[in-house]
Unconditional design. Structure first.
Length: 400
């Protein structure tokens, strides 16, 4: 029944995946059969291997919960599993739970509770941010205590990016933490025996004049203002009183595309409140931890003349065309550690679709990236609104 899954694992598994599976099998001996959690499975091999394992357990029907921060990766995993399991019936398909798509909760602890899972094993790739590791380990330990199920953890990574502090973070939630035997440039960290009375992961907080920034998990910049976003917010707030809203006099419609922790949105909402300008803002990001963070940051604006809604989405694909008067964009330009100036392209394409007639895009970028030509390919009018030692803010109107 699971041969096609095993074949797919063999096709996709990278050296790091094989090390994680080896160490989980060899060093976490005696783990009871049960539900399995998979975290940030970029190759999809760990999830497919876990599915193959639980589908062999017909008596207890355990399930696999996979959590991705990326909206795109979450959808890709669900589509792959659907294709591989489409001839196996509804029971097989129901064994996979994709956090955020099959659950309301985007956070790991909330998703586990929502689905009443009792995981005995968690696998994945070590996150770059220690805060993300803290988020995961506390969620697993707390859920283990609540369900009286013992969970073991195996996370692998590149040895040169691993530090002793990662062990320390895991030790806050697990009594036994150790490193596996390295192979090539990879190594795994393993943990078992969840501690009792572990506190929940808490947001990193920074007070700014507009309110409180909150960062959860691995969100970029944590709970702090990003310098590029801060410069974008300065200019957007200065322009706010000059912008034209809908012709019917309704509230100004704003989209923060790639909102991160919500810092730009928070400052704009605060300024609109000071000026008495009705404003309806949508903040969206494909990073689940960004959405969680922005949701907490923008919580004071759930109702009133200035309101905010936060969505997990890919380039605001769920928003209607021509539905925004102002679009704010502080685009990413790194894929891992590699600089990639092409990452802005789908976001600019989305901007041309999303802006209402007469609407305006404000984009901030590192000046050396020279995005202006890409805007001029898509908009009639492009001009520079500001430039400092590091960043440039461009304005664009009139989608071509």
């Amino acid at each position: 029944m699971v041969k096609n899954l095993i074949d797919a694992v063999d096709e996709r598994a990278e050296a790091l995946d094989r090390l994680i599976l080896r160490d989980a099998d060899q060093q976490l001996t005696g783990v009871d059969a049960g539900d399995i959690v998979v975290l940030e499975d970029s190759s999809e091999a760990l999830t497919l291997q876990a599915l193959a394992r639980v589908l062999d357990e017909s008596d207890t029907a355990p399930r696999v919960l996979v959590r991705y921060r990326s909206y795109q990766q979450a959808h890709a995993m669900r589509a792959l599993a659907h294709r591989l399991l489409e001839n196996r019936g509804q029971d097989a398909a129901s064994r996979l739970v994709v956090a955020g798509l099959d659950t309301e909760a985007l956070d790991l602890e909330g998703a586990l509770a929502e689905c009443s899972l009792k995981p005995t094993l968690a696998l994945g790739r070590l996150p770059k941010a220690l805060a993300a590791l803290d988020d995961w380990s506390r969620a697993l330990a707390r859920h283990s205590t609540q369900t009286t199920t013992d969970v073991s953890l195996c996370l692998g990574g590149n040895t040169k990016h691993m530090t002793r502090t990662m062990n320390t973070v895991l030790e806050q939630s697990f009594s036994e933490v150790w490193a596996g035997r390295g192979q090539g440039k990879f190594r795994a960290l393993l943990a078992k025996a969840p501690r009792q009375s572990v506190l929940a992961h808490t947001a990193e907080e920074t007070q700014i004049p507009a309110g409180t920034l909150r960062g959860l998990g691995g969100v970029f910049s944590g709970g702090r203002e990003d310098r590029g976003g801060s410069y974008l917010a300065d200019i957007a707030c200065d322009l706010l009183s000059t912008l034209d809203g809908p012709a019917d006099g309704a509230a100004l419609r704003v989209l923060d595309l790639g909102c991160g922790n919500g810092s730009v949105s928070l400052r704009l909402l605060h300024r609109a409140q000071e000026l008495g300008i009705p404003l309806v803002l949508t903040a969206t990001d494909l990073d689940a931890d960004a959405v969680r963070s922005a949701t907490e940051t923008l919580a004071p604006y759930r109702a009133g003349e200035q309101t905010a809604t936060v969505t997990w989405d890919d380039a605001a694909a769920g928003s209607a065309s021509g539905s925004f008067d102002l679009l704010l964009l502080n685009p990413p330009f790194h894929e891992g550690t590699r600089l990639d100036a092409t990452m802005v392209r789908p976001l600019l394409d989305a901007a041309t679709r999303l802006l209402a007639p007469g609407g305006r895009l404000l984009l901030v970028h590192n000046s050396h990236l020279r995005y202006r030509a890409q805007l001029e390919d898509r908009f009639e009018e492009v001009k520079q609104l500001g430039r400092n030692g590091t960043f440039t803010v461009l304005s664009a109107c009139g989608a071509l």
